[in-house]
Design a protein around this ligand. Sequence first.
Ligand code: WTA
Length: 636
Amino acid sequence: MSNYHIKGLKEYFQVYGMAVDDPEQFWEEIAEENFVWRKYWDSVLDWDFEKPEVKWFDGAQLNITENCIDRHLNHHGDKTAFIFEPNDPSEAAEHISYKDLHKRVCKFANVLKSKGIKRGDRVCIYLPMIPELAVSMLACARIGAIHSVVFAGFSSVALSTRINDASCKMVITSDGSYRGTKKVDLKVIVDDALNNSPSVEDVLVVKRTGCEVVLKEGRDEWLAPLLENSSIECIAETLEAEDPLFILYTSGSTGKPKGMLHTTAGYMVNVAYTFKNVFQYKGDDVFWCSADIGWITGHSYTVYGPLINGATSIIYEGVPNFPDWGRFWALIDKHQVSQLYTAPTAIRALAKENLSYVEKYKLTSLKVLGTVGEPINEEAWHWYNNNVGKKDCPIADTWWQTETGGIMISPIPFSTPTIPTFATLPLPGIQACLMDEQGKEIKGNRVEGRLCIKFPWPSIARTIWGDHKRYKDTYFSTFENKYFTGDRALRDATGYYRITGRVDDVIIVSGHNLGTAPIEDAINEHPAVAESAIVGFPHDIKGNALYGYVTLKDSGLSIDNDHLRKEINLIITEKIGPIAKLDKIQFTSALPQTRSGKIMRRILRRIASGDVDNIGDISTLINPETVKDVMDNVLL
Ligand code: WTA
């Protein structure tokens, strides 16, 4: 039985059961089937939940870029690996074949080597959605350097924090980026960041927008001339299965961002397997994942998953509404896209616009649709199904996380009947379960609890860079012998999972995870601010938006101080980036606190959501009178 292209629910259950009975055999068969190994593994899995330590395919040797590129060259060298669709539709799209990609990655890898980048070194990539983003990741992987891609919407402070956390030796960036009608001068942001990032020795700059840049002597160089003089041959380094592949930062509920570390073999096997099954990729399909490569979705399903499967994957530089709200649909017709993988927030934004934007296009090439990043509401699901899929494309509502590396719970299109808002069933190889607050597993159906995973899977992040204790505390200490996701979920009568939200202080805004603590820390740096608390409230398009309660040092300042609101959002933009800006800011005289001094966010969350009838017990507060005050001044 092939583990690829599961056909029918019966086969799903059969394969699922097999994977529960013998997970190691299940994953070993997949690993044997479809990859280029330089040496096979000595053991499939070694794990110890106590430490915790997980090793997959230990002893194996490989290079992931050989699996992504070289092995396709003989028979499919001329096949398009990437289609680059520029921001401006009048600029020609670029088709990069596997052969071209091989040359570009080798040349880039040689440039890295010439700059002294070696196996294990960390390279920060801060680029817009242009081919060099994928090429530079693969160039790192080719020589065993660890890439750390930072989403190019993050501010210089956020960038610098991430560079410093991993002591990156190099930054790869561009002069600027295009986002619809806007241009952003990225190199200026990098320059700012590097004032506080002493580990960086070299900066390579891709020319994109042609804006003026200052190249610092001895540190910064244009990439193009370096590539020109670089050889098109670069033998892929032999790497160990557990050698690090990349670090990618995600927000936690407290403290600095967590650098999730993914390693080579397990990540490769899992993203290849999930890509093939969830998107049912076949032949000459054109796959488009609209997520930025700066997030895990782009890592796994714009770059690695598609390439390992020899697929054609689109890199789109722009935004959904440029030159108008029909851009996504135009792009699908133009490139005959077969699979579209996008976020509920994008669907909601597109659904708000006039239907004529969609109806203008045929969309007949589409076969499978996907969503990711946050719960999809029923209305958005139906809109997607009716107007994009024309009721003829299964929707894969895929649940997973930066930490899981690949898709965990999702329908398998054409096999799993879908129900709106349900991510449905765990993929074979993934043992999901629900736990109660006492740490007991909740069995049976029609139940709700905390979502955990019982058994390690190959693409689980191995640690938090530089902080293994935090890794253990965050994911393995809440429930014994289980990975805790931080999400709540319910299981319906048929055993389908529906993810109902986070249990911690992470708020998902437009599909981006935002920890409340770093935002509060940023606000508290404003000289007028005494204290602040951020909560999420429901938002039509973003899913959740941020509501800030801010207590000022001088209570005499007017509560209608819009100037102060602007300043607070400016600080957030500087410290984190525009994605973390607050939609509403309420000035408060004090915040409800427990006797131990903890701010009662539960109450604040309800108030911000307009759910004032369900405030609950406030008797444990040290200052219950604040609740009325907060309620009286709420901004709805
Ligand atoms: C949420 C994105 C509901 C969830 C791949 C998770 C979802 C967090 C879904 C991870 C979904 C992701 N339905 N919620 N289909 N997919 N989430 O790390 O709360 O950016 O824990 O990874 O997004 O976000 P991250």
